[in-house]
Design a protein around this ligand. Sequence first.
Ligand code: NDP
Length: 517
Amino acid sequence: MAGVEERVASEHSGNGVPTGTGEIVVENPATGAEIGRVPDMPAEQVAELARRARAAQPGWEALGFEGRGRILLRAQKWVMDNRDRVIETIVSETGKTYEDALFAEVNYAGFAFRFWAENAPEYMADEKVRTAQLFVKGKKLLTRYKPLGLVGVIGPWNYPLTNSFGDCIPALAAGNAVILKPSEVTPLTSLLMAEALRECGLPPDVFQVATGRGETGAALIDESDMVMFTGSTATGKKVMARAADTITPVQLELGGKDPMIVLADADLERAANAAVFYSMQNGGQTCISVERVYVEAPVYDEFVAKVTEKARELRTGVPSGPGSVDVGAITFPKQLDIISDHVEDAKAKGARVLVGGNRKEGPGQFFEPTVLVDVDHTMKAMTEETFGPTLPIMKVADAEEAIRLANDSQYGLAGSVFTKDVAKGEAIARRVESGAVDVNDVMVGYSALELPMGGWKASGLGSRHGAGGIRKYCAQQSLLVTRFALKKDVHMYPYKSRTTKALAGALKLLYGRGKRN
Ligand code: NDP
């Protein structure tokens, strides 16, 4: 497996890095083996990439939706034709399972290339605007969308294809040049996608990858016309502060502490399966995973029993192809410390561990699938983003208490409600303070790219997907065209007392009644 990534990395390591600058060693988190090296790009090199991107962008924009769409559709086919290579690369740099790479990454990219190729023309089409303003009646009013130029995408390590690269697809479809700064932990998938786009006919320098650490990301902010960032809330704040220097627009998809509410009338078997799957899938390293559960008292014991039984059966270990393990590695070394800290903190404050509870001995970075009960909001496991295979479950008296606790959070990314009464479920979902809430499901709304997805509160700013998911990469321009006009309008100079009084009277007639006209 390592051979593939070594080749990808070495093909790109000659990317103009002067001898003596740093390199980043990429490791397989499931085995600890080195799988590649990439340049740690200094700010000057990011500036050079940006210069090339700006030179290439007008030609890309001039290709139009048709020309760009053709290349994006070729890329869709490329991903499917090279599925195994893509999955191997993702699995080896993240340590996730084959299934997590297939369902949540390749599946996403496959759909996204087509989605943006097909929908970009409609989402970015000129929009005619009608106005009730008498002063501009009869004039043509329009909004139009124009690509911003150079978009900087800064991505995290949990989904190198979906989260990092995925945001580049609509930016490219809109006609922008894009520079992607992947996480230093998982840069190889991004480099592979750069190779894919080149093979599919993308003009040189329209898409480039700036490998590096936080400083490389910071340099990219300085060079970009817009920044799309996904990662922690702490880094999101730094990104926003840096972008303020150049008044560069940013969109942020940040952390989450997503609640699941299980009502007494829920299909408990489905709710338990969903709780286990959506808390452990991708090793729990998903911003919209189930991070905490609130269960109504009458069904609490039965729910906990079902969850415990299912979580005990999960197999953790080094992924070695389809069906080999259920829960993969923890991708980011520091994340293991955070997960351990949250579990130990909960135990010290009175929580009981029903399943798991420990990191596994190396090689590789693994944490046991863990179920916690007797938890409350004094514990980090219920209030801070754990981002690991943990499932803390709390008993609540009723739905009101569940909603109150679900909203007792700095975060507001996603959430879920389980009940057979779907009207009640939807009513509760509307009261959960999160950007995306599913009823009798978790997370799957994310795969419908027509549906906007974005966080409230400390979970972010702006959204991805839907019309807004591509318009954010555009400058919006308002146009007013006057076709028939007098030589001089009545409000123009010189001001005359009689005209002003007549106009004031007209205004009183128009607006002075406090009623609709
Ligand atoms: P970060 O937010 O630190 O990193 C995200 C990206 O930002 C990486 O590419 C990172 O580079 C880059 N970066 C770091 N510092 C800067 C900076 N000053 N300016 C610009 N870019 C910068 O996430 P971590 O990887 O450190 O994970 C920490 C926590 O974030 C996790 O514990 C988890 O709770 C949360 N998280 C949330 C994700 C989500 O999907 N919402 C995804 C990943 C993590 P580099 O990696 O090279 O440092």
